[in-house]
Design a protein around this ligand. Structure first.
Ligand code: JFZ
Length: 415
């Protein structure tokens, strides 16, 4: 069973993914051709030659990138950790790398160590920092893997020794405490090669968590497919990486934004199943985060901050029903939480629950609510909680229920 052995991760529930690299300058279009795929893959999908693509570094001057503003906002949204793309498949390091001049200091006019700026902001505002690192795909290095292309000629051992392992050592040595090493697309990495990377991470920062995409079953938690919520919970620790629209890297033409309500429901559904939600923003070529991202996340953050106890440090629901007609259940020791996503006129009823309840209350205000335990004529136990008048036409609020027993006890649903 996947186990990070880090209580902070188990309790975190909500994190910020940041995808930012040279691809953001192209913003989904190259020489008049638009990509309809995830924009950070534009070099691959549009077959842009390495010699052309690398020239983008000469344009990298992110005058609008403000690490402190992003970290402060992430705190306000209730996020407990940030994962930043230190080097994505394009091969460009967003930090001052000694082993590859293809980086944000040596190859650009701005000479900025973006990762250092983010590290200092995270330390200033007490935010955990994780790093995404593409350990196999590298479309700039002749010995890096390139998805969907012939890789029979590459010498991955060379790539490991010349770039991958030295860069892992750099980012785990020069940028403070790293909470997660977020590997991605292991391609043909062998078990021995994955073990080498794991050993290096643990040698340099023993408490640094390794995600599921290191490959060869060596991750310390399950990373689901992008935007994928399992119908039933995984055992142990797991995380859903997800986008606000349909791309990780900035695409100027992608306006397919999810609503705040959709995001809140996804967050609570994932938490109800015991997982973390790692939600992405993609700054543009100037380092500016799309205003729409902020607009959505500010509304999501308002719900999260108002209902913190019903989200953070919650446990996996013992089993269905997590989702009921009016919303979703989360739980922790001695607490059951009903997240109301559709207006309820008079009362909510939770069936088949055998617990003894001590009180019911509005999580946001602490207002005590009238509740009544009972049994149906089929002798199924239930609890009913009355909805106060002021809330009977509302949605997106949460009811807390304190129980005598440690966790919710649901009777098996009748066959
Ligand atoms: C990978 C990257 O290729 C992509 O650019 C982005 O960084 C994303 C977070 O991760 O894409 C994947 C990798 C694995 C799966 C899906 C998308 N998967 O296992 O389903």
């Amino acid at each position: 069973m996947a186990d990070t052995k880090q209580q902070w991760f188990k309790d975190a529930k909500f994190g910020l993914f940041i995808h930012w690299g040279l691809y953001a300058i192209l913003a989904g279009e190259y020489k008049g051709q638009k990509t309809d795929r995830i924009a950070e893959w534009i070099m691959n999908y549009l077959n842009i030659p390495r010699e052309e693509y690398e020239k983008l570094a000469e344009q990298f001057d992110p005058v609008n990138f403000d690490a402190e503003d992003i970290v402060k906002r992430a705190k306000a949204w209730g996020m407990r950790y940030i994962v930043f793309t230190s080097k994505h498949h394009e091969g460009f390091a967003m930090y001052h790398s000694e082993c590859s001049p293809y980086n944000s200091v040596d190859a650009t006019p701005c000479k900025r160590d973006i990762l250092k700026e983010l590290q200092l902001a995270c330390e200033k505002y007490d935010m955990k920092l994780g790093l995404y690192y593409s350990q196999a795909q590298d479309w700039h290095d002749p010995d890096g893997y390139v998805a969907k292309k012939d890789n029979s000629h590459i010498n991955y051992r060379n790539y490991l020794d010349r770039k991958c392992l030295p860069q892992l050592r750099e980012i785990l040595t020069n940028y403070g405490k790293i909470a997660i090493l977020w590997f991605d697309t292991p391609m043909g990495t062998t078990p021995e090669e994955s073990v080498e990377m794991v050993k290096l991470v643990k040698e340099l920062q023993p408490e640094c968590i390794i995600n599921g995409r290191i490959g060869n079953e060596l991750g310390e938690y399950m990373t689901t497919g992008d935007n994928f919520i399992p119908r039933l919970p995984y055992e142990g620790d797991w995380e859903v990486p997800a986008t606000l629209n349909d791309t990780w890297g900035f695409n100027k033409d992608d306006h397919n934004w999810k609503t705040p309500e959709e995001i809140i429901q996804l967050l609570v559904k994932i938490n109800s199943r015991g997982g973390n939600y790692l939600l992405n923003i993609g700054p543009d070529g100037t380092g500016k985060v799309p205003e729409k991202s902020f607009e959505i996340l500010d509304k999501v953050g308002a719900y999260v901050q108002a209902n913190q106890e019903a989200i953070f440090a919650t446990k996996r629901m013992p089993y269905e029903p997590y989702e009921l007609s009016w919303g979703v259940l989360t739980c922790k020791e001695h607490r059951l939480y009903a997240h109301i996503f559709r207006p309820v006129s008079s009362r909510i009823q939770i069936l088949n629950i055998e617990n003894t309840f001590k009180r019911a209350y509005l999580v946001e205000t602490g207002e005590e609510l009238v509740f009544e335990p009972g049994r149906t004529c089929e002798d199924d136990a239930y609890i009913e909680v009355e909805i106060p008048k002021a809330y009977q036409d509302k949605a997106y609020y949460c009811i807390g229920m304190e129980m005598e027993e440690e966790m919710p006890v649901f009777a098996p649903i009748h066959a």
